[in-house]
Ligand binder design. Sequence first.
Ligand code: ADP
Length: 372
Amino acid sequence: MNPQTLPHSEELFRLMVENVREYAIFLLDPRGHVASWNGGAERIKGYSSREIIGKHFSVFYPPEDIAAGKPAQELEIAVKEGTYSEEGWRLRKDGTRFWAFVVLTALFDEGRNLKGFAKVTRDMTDKLQIQASLEKQVQDRTQELQESNRELEQFAAIASHDLQEPLRTVSMYADLLLSRAKDKLNDEEKEFLKYATDGAVRAQQLIKDLLDYARATASKKEFAEADFNFILQKAVSNLQRAIEETGAEITSDPLPRAQADGVQMAQVFQNLLSNAIKYRGKEPPKIHVSFQAGGEECIFSVRDNGIGVPPESREKIFGLFQRAHRDKKYPGTGIGLAICKKIIKSHGGRLWVESEEGKGSAFFFSLPKSCH
Ligand code: ADP
């Protein structure tokens, strides 16, 4: 349009307001009767200007809001504060509801006399629907996950019970056969029977460890404050037999208190300490537990003088069934460190190893909250 042919600015403004489609823009007289109506209002609310001009604006409110006196209250607030805005339900002409963002502005003349109100309404139903559908998706997904976690735990519990039973039978009858038919069996046959018993014992251990792994829940939860000196003591007392048999010496720095699941943390210490004893070198195990607070984390370590972890295995060993030493001297299922990792991760921390082959290893784990 040529600037010279532009209509007067008031006319231009009126044209703009009339033609805006996304917003209902209209005027109310001081008592709340509709005084003007634009194209957006017609599109959003469904009334033509002929139908609505002169009607009270409370026709846009659901009955419960009218009963509560909401339309009059909104006018009052707008008069007192200059403007009133909210998100809420409004009615279309056909009675259906839509979610509206509403701004109501009181209009005064120079003498502060109320001349009426300007009202701008935006239909937010799409936004609300998208939000509701996202919330529903998140809710459904969380429920699915909780359900599959529960199922997995139930499966692990049942599988472990049902699988332990036949394994017990195998080892029991192999033992019985060995003791009854001892004189009739040659050395090789006796060895076959021993293989059968060892296999059953190993499978039982594997099932027990897998069950522990399934139970070491990976979901973050609220933790209570726990004393790590006490937790370490508990782990050490559970390993008393291995400590005596190997002459292991376990020392520790004073440990802090921190937010954690005490039972799970005792399991972490127990796994790390029993590995430090199991993967010992020629010398009796010397193990030191230490602690340092650094920045946002507190870091614990379990250091040993054992055989060490080869460089290529230092990341892998934290995975399920991953083992760096397969010699018969070191029996195991490769699940202990995976359990530790799951527990530490559920506490928001990290787990890693530093090692020098032949000299020893230090397993570190961190907890995110401050310790004291
Ligand atoms: P497992 O001891 O049953 O094999 P883990 O998951 O506890 O299972 O350990 C995985 C592997 O990490 C072990 O097989 C071993 O090779 C290595 N490892 C763990 N702790 C130590 C340690 N203190 N010293 C040397 N190697 C270790």
